[in-house]
Design a protein around this ligand. Sequence first.
Ligand SMILES: [Zn+2]
Length: 135
Amino acid sequence: MDVKEALQMLKAKGYKHTDKREDILTVFMNHKGYLTARDVLTRLKDRYEGLSFDTIYRNLSLFVEVGILEETEFNGEKHYQVKCEDDRCQHLICIGCGITQSVNVRPFEEQLEKSNDFKITGHKFEIYGYCSACH
Ligand SMILES: [Zn+2]
């Protein structure tokens, strides 16, 4: 997904294109991993005088609702990232910096299906730890 596509998704649901929304989306598209509302505020506060945490937070919730971002909670805080297009893709999440890595759990999944005679149709599965820069 890119910024243009995300803006189209907003438009399709009747939400206006604003510079602020575009800039928030750009922050996410240029970042590999999770960000908090505070991270976004830090990156944009020099550009928008008086930009509030609430405004960011409200937009992030909207982006989740529309299906642009996905959210998860760790370190007691909500974290957001661009929604993964493959709903079977799984992530290693660094709780230090929020960076994520995709991992292939397909072999594990196949083994589970075989040993339990169970057809897996989807899963939500997150692995927390520290990336090479943080541990
Ligand atoms: Zn890290």
